[in-house]
Design a binder for this molecule. Sequence first.
Ligand code: 2P0
Length: 330
Amino acid sequence: LLAGQEGTPQALGSGFAPANIALCKYWGKRDDELNLPMTSSLSVSLGALGTRTDLSVRDGGDEVLLDGELVPPADSFAARITSFLDLIRSESGPGFRVATQNAMPTAAGLASSASGFAALVLALKEVMGWDLDSRALSMLARLGSGSACRSLFSGFVEWHVGVRDDGMDSYAEPIDCVWPDFRIAPVTVSAERKSIGSREAMRRTRDTSRLYEAWPAQVAEDLLAIRAALRERDFVRLGETAEANALAMHATMMASRPAVLYWRPETLETIRRAWRLREERGIPVYCTMDAGPNVKLIFLRESTAAIESEFDAVEIINPFETATTAKSEY
Ligand code: 2P0
C-alpha cells in the first residue's frame, strides 16, 4: 500500500473522521492480522460526531493523549496506536505525538476505534505526504480496526468483503444516497466497560458458534435488502432488515461456547419499548445493537417528537447535518 510513498515527514498534521454504526454488521474475520472480514457490511456515518486527531513528529517514542490526558504506553488504547504506527514506519522511526479528541454525545457509548483509526490515517496522510486515494486510505484504516475503513466516508457506506488474501480489494466506499430525514439515537443503558472486547468476541463466535455457519448467507440477503431500501428510500424495509440483522448477529454470539452475551435487562427493555411504539402507535422506529449493551434507535425526522417523549434525554443525530451546522462542540 505504501510502496513509493517514502518522503520526509512534515512536522504537523490533523484529521477528522466520523463514528459509524453498521446497519448490516461486520462480525467475524477471515484474516485476523489484516482485519479481512468474512462478509461485506454497510454503515451510516455520524456526521460531525467522531474523532479529531492532531499528529506531530517527535524525538523518542510515541506519546498518546486522549481528550488532553496522557495515556500510559502500556494501556491497550496507546499500545494499539503504537503497533499501528509500527506498520507504517521504518524501524528507525519517526516517533509521533498523537492527540485524540472525541466529539460524541455525553456518555453515549459511541466512542470507538473506528473513527479513531480513520482520523489517525488522515492525519498521517498529511504528515507523511502520502499521495493516496480514499480507497487506499480506507484499507490502511482497516489495518488499525476493521470498521475504521468505513469511517473514512460520510453518509451510507459499504465495506466490500474482497476475495484476495492480501486484502487489496477489501475497502469501503460511499453509497450514493443522501437521506436528510434519516435519524439515529443512541440509548445508553450502561456505561460499564464491556466484559469482552469485540476482537476476541468475533474470534470466539467464528470458532465455536454453530449458528455462525448461517451468518454469511444472512448478510448476503440483508445487504441486498438494505441496498434496495436505500435506493427506494423505503424506511420500513431498511429498519426491519437492520434490526433483524443485529438480532441475528447477537444470536450467533450467544451460541458461542462460552457464550458472548452483551445484553443487560435494560437492553431488552429498550428494544421492547421501541417495539411497543411501533405496534401500538404505528411509529416506524427500529433498533440496532453492537458489541455492547447499548441500543441505537433508527427512525425518520417525522418521528422525532414521539421518540423524545418515550426516551428521556435522548440525543438525536442527523448523519447528514453538515459540520458547520452541527451542535457538537470542540
Ligand atoms: C460493526 N462491530 O460492523 C460491528 C458490529 C461491532 C458489532 O466492527 O477487530 O472494532 O478492530 O476489526 O471493527 C467492532 O469491531 O473490530 C465492529 P476489529 P472492530 O460495526
